[in-house]
Design a protein around this ligand. Structure first.
Ligand SMILES: [Zn+2]
Length: 94
């Protein structure tokens, strides 16, 4: 099941759940697929995504799924609809 991530806390709580994060960056026009345990998908990390802030500033959106296939489809759909680039994160790709 696909879940929209609306806050940092919600994403932090999912850290130990195996799954995938679709991170959409509006200013960069970029969609990225991460595993939830990637440091770039960790709001606590200085380099990690910040869903609360992105939502507040309307600079992005985030989706979680336990299924890579489902996360991948969502990422492709957003990238296609918005004309964004879609990349699979090179750090956590597996
Ligand atoms: Zn990653």
């Amino acid at each position: 099941m696909l879940t929209e991530i609306l806050s940092d806390e919600q994403l932090i709580d999912l850290y130990t759940t195996p799954g995938y994060l679709v991170a959409v960056d509006y200013p960069k026009k970029e969609v990225k697929l991460h595993t939830v345990d990637c440091m770039l998908a960790d709001p606590i990390s200085s380099v990690g995504v910040k869903p609360s802030k992105a939502r507040e500033n309307k600079t992005g959106e985030f989706w979680f799924s336990e299924s890579r296939k489902e996360a991948n489809s969502k990422a492709e759909e957003i990238a296609k609809n918005k004309g964004y680039t879609y990349t699979i994160c090179p750090i956590c790709n597996r």
